[in-house]
Design a protein around this ligand. Structure first.
Ligand code: NAP
Length: 319
């Protein structure tokens, strides 16, 4: 059976697209991927999502969105999408997942972005042993010990502040001498007595103890190249994210940083019937609320595309 609309991803963009598409009777099938609820499930309090004057915890916000989508008739499949291809003559999409292959007349990709690491030697093996990109998930394991956060953006500041609940000290390691984070976030972070900024510095090596757990790092000064050692029991990476779009192959155009290029203010990609919303296609704003707005637009774009008069091209079943 062909699906009318498949939505890939369950961040604010995916859930919002699901709510709008379900209310438009498109009966969307939503693939959750491995990280159900997306990046916001790894954050703490969200203070800038409209409608929550006291703030709301990221996981709760995402759970509410999933409930709302389900209430309106969206269906969820807990599978990872491996590829999306398009049948040349029918225009139908084949979405291959960890659970099988599905066909759909239209697809919205709302797959967000994946945390970046520094690319140092031995990094992959250290993940989960004192190296992580999720303070909410792992912060409580590091009580009364020194830890560090790498990065200078809002995420790094948010994580550093959060980690002061547990750690004895939080070093904020930034490659420049000025934070990129918003002024309010900068102020809150730099005024926190447990946060110590380490300016103009980057990590050049990780060191482990006899159990293979992180014990210290080598810091390289980005101005004069000098090196020093710092004892930390965990490194929390917050240096941005890489958009997740490889599964779409050349059905989409990407910019230099890997973000999916959409047409003008809309969400259409270069392939008719394939739409992109949220962080996977937003190099500029990357906010929960802007992702939700883009998800809304993607569902409305898909709905228009699926109207019989606008169908491109005329559908014939795939053999
Ligand atoms: P970001 O703003 O892109 O910041 C990434 C940081 O990592 C930058 O400071 C960057 O340094 C540094 N960095 C990048 N590559 C590096 C490398 N190879 N080595 C060392 N440092 C490196 O990413 P983000 O903080 O994840 O934020 C993403 C978006 O989400 C932003 O729009 C942000 O405003 C938003 N956000 C909002 C909130 C909130 O409002 N509560 C919370 C989190 C995120 P440079 O500064 O030198 O480039």
């Amino acid at each position: 059976m062909n699906e009318k609309l498949i939505i890939i991803g369950t961040g604010p963009a995916g859930y919002t697209a699901a709510i709008y598409a379900a209310r438009a009777d498109l009966h969307p099938l939503v693939f959750t991927g491995g990280q159900i609820g997306g990046q916001l499930t790894t954050t703490t309090e969200v203070e800038n999502f409209p409608g929550f004057p006291e703030g709301i915890m990221g996981p709760e916000l995402m759970f509410n969105m999933s409930q709302q989508a389900e209430k309106h008739g969206a269906r969820f499949a807990y599978e990872e999408v491996l590829s999306v291809t398009q049948e040349a003559c029918s225009g139908l999409f084949t979405v291959t997942t960890s659970g099988g292959a599905y066909q759909a007349e239209a697809v919205i990709m709302a797959t967000g972005a994946r945390a970046r690491y520094l690319g140092l030697e031995g990094e992959a093996e250290l993940v989960g042993h004192g190296l992580t990109a999720c303070a909410t998930c792992d912060g409580a394991f590091y009580r009364d010990v020194p830890v560090c956060v790498v990065g200078g953006g809002d995420s790094a500041c948010e994580e550093a502040n959060f980690l002061t609940r547990f750690a004895s000290k939080v070093y904020l390691i930034h490659r420049r001498d000025q934070l990129r984070a918003s002024k309010a976030m900068q102020q809150r972070t730099l005024e926190n007595p447990k946060v110590e900024p380490v300016w103009n510095s980057t990590i050049s090596a990780y060191h482990t103890d006899e159990k293979g757990e992180m014990s210290s790092i080598t810091l390289r000064n980005t101005v004069d190249g000098t090196e020093s050692e710092l004892e930390v029991k965990c490194v929390f990476m917050a240096i941005g994210h890489t958009p997740v779009s490889n599964f779409a192959g050349d059905l989409v155009e990407r910019d230099e940083a890997g973000f999916v290029v959409t047409m003008g203010a809309g969400t259409a990609t270069k392939t008719p019937g394939l739409f992109a919303a949220g962080d996977v296609a937003d190099p500029t704003y990357r906010q929960a609320i802007s992702a939700a707005g883009m998800g809304c637009r993607a569902a409305m774009d898909a709905e228009r595309y699926l109207l019989p008069a606008n169908k491109f091209p005329i559908l014939t079943p795939v053999p």
